[in-house]
Design a protein around this ligand. Structure first.
Ligand SMILES: Cc1cc2nc3c(=O)[nH]c(=O)nc-3n(C[C@H](O)[C@H](O)[C@H](O)COP(=O)(O)OP(=O)(O)OC[C@H]3O[C@@H](n4cnc5c(N)ncnc54)[C@H](O)[C@@H]3O)c2cc1C
Length: 395
């Protein structure tokens, strides 16, 4: 077993670390306060190849592996999670399904502009009545005169309404299956399609410089060629997409936890009470030790899930484990970082107060902790049933 990153993985991590600490972190407080999408930062990340890190080189992407992406995303999120989620949602949610299920023609038309990061692509699954229950999609798509006509709405869709967004892939109900369940199909909707509009951005607790909007479809028609993958395969495609997204959100959580630790460590060394640095008190030392341990564990889970994905092996359970543990470890880290800062940590403008606000979404987006625990438990139970079956066969 080798825990050393390859030279290529190290190069991506270091590039992201240098850019994150040099260019993003000094602006993170202002980005959060002004809630403005950082076009210049995203353009520079595109130029560096970070916005297309795992996307195929033949379409303009950087062709990096998932381990490299996880390491780089951790560093970008350590500097600012608004920028981190913009990168994550573009690569893992927006572009990954186009790369995985798109035809050559679709990749030429839609992925090519986005794999460089010059333009962004979004992923539209969630609706008013379909959150955790993704299968509860109400948006419809009907085949009429050689076109798919879409009606309905989506909610909280990341990167859907920036000036550089090129489109969204949406999931819609295209009929009823033989078993009576809805048939769900994924459709590619370019930004300027008539009948497709977007509402204003939301006021949020965190990720405030990232873009999320409601989407509206009123007799919005796209050509049949905009069907992504097979008709009726939409939900399984989207669920597989979310497996990758979970590893990425876990990497984002590790980055935020690391940022909490960075702030806590320097505060522990600088702040003096009772004539000594507070880092000399065992109570504070134990907090730092616990934070560092949990960050190390979370990072190892993320990198193992990413490695399994790179190896083409099943990584669904590990993705959920990484997502739950890293998001919850980040929440504990943010809480302890504020505690180590005392009253200063409660002040607007303090980095740890911002982290404390931002951290909660990691336990919600791309599958809540509850649903991820269910995925883990179901896979354990299924595996144990398989083992029991195997024992019976052997006997
Ligand atoms: C900032 C932000 C960005 C987002 N970006 C995107 C995006 O780009 N694309 C997209 O499609 N979506 C996006 N989402 C939506 C996100 O994925 C959903 O919020 C998430 O899946 C949870 O759905 P919900 O919020 O409707 O919660 P609900 O489904 O209403 O869940 C509420 C609570 O009930 C629990 N619960 C629900 N069902 C069960 C169950 N069966 N067993 C146990 N507990 C259960 C949940 O775990 C949760 O605690 C975004 C959301 C936010 C806030």
């Amino acid at each position: 077993m080798n825990f050393d990153p390859t030279d290529e993985q190290r190069r991506w991590r270091d590039l992201a670390r240098d850019f994150g600490q040099g260019e993003i972190r000094p602006r993170a407080e202002q980005l959060d306060r002004e809630q403005k999408f950082p076009y210049d930062i995203i353009a520079e990340m595109a130029r560096l190849g970070l916005m297309g890190l795992t996307l195929p080189e033949e379409y303009g992407g950087s062709g990096g592996d998932f381990v490299a992406y996880s390491l780089a995303l951790e560093e970008i999120s350590r500097a600012d999670t608004s920028v981190g989620v913009t990168m994550e949602a573009h690569i893992s949610l927006g572009c990954a399904p186009l790369a995985a299920y798109g035809t050559t023609e679709q990749k030429d038309r839609f992925l090519r502009r986005c794999a460089t990061g010059e333009r962004l692509w979004a992923f539209g699954l969630t609706e008013e009545e379909a959150g955790t229950d993704a299968g509860g999609t109400r948006t419809t798509a009907q085949l009429e005169g050689g076109k798919w006509v879409i009606n309905g709405s989506k909610k909280w869709i990341t990167n859907s309404g920036t000036d550089i967004t090129a489109g969204v892939t949406v999931i819609a109900r295209s009929g009823t299956r033989e078993d009576g369940k809805p048939e769900l199909t994924a459709l590619i909707v370019p930004q300027e399609t008539p009948g497709y509009t977007r509402g204003s951005g939301y006021e949020k607790l965190g990720w405030r410089a990232s873009d999320q909007r409601p989407l509206y479809f009123e007799d919005c028609s796209v050509p049949v060629e905009n069907l992504l993958g097979e008709r009726g395969a939409g939900l399984s495609q989207f669920l597989r997409t979310l497996d990758g997204g979970r590893v990425a959100v876990a990497a984002l959580s590790v980055g935020l936890a690391q940022a909490c630790f960075d702030e806590a460590l320097s505060r522990a060394q600088e702040r003096r009470q009772f004539g000594k640095a507070i880092g000399e008190f065992q109570a504070i030392q134990f907090k730092l030790a616990d934070m560092a341990m949990e960050i190390e564990l979370a990072r190892n889970l993320v990198l193992k899930a990413a490695w399994l994905k790179d190896e083409g092996r099943n990584f669904s359970r590990e993705a959920s484990m990484a997502k739950v543990f890293a998001s919850e470890a980040a929440k504990r880290a943010a809480d302890q970082a504020v505690q180590i800062h005392g009253g200063e940590g409660f002040m607007e403008g303090s980095a740890v107060a911002r982290y404390w606000r931002q951290v909660k979404i990691n336990e919600i987006g791309e599958g809540t902790s509850e649903i991820n625990r269910q995925i883990i438990a179901r896979s354990l139970l299924a595996e144990s049933a398989e083992e029991e079956k195997a024992k019976v066969v052997v006997q």
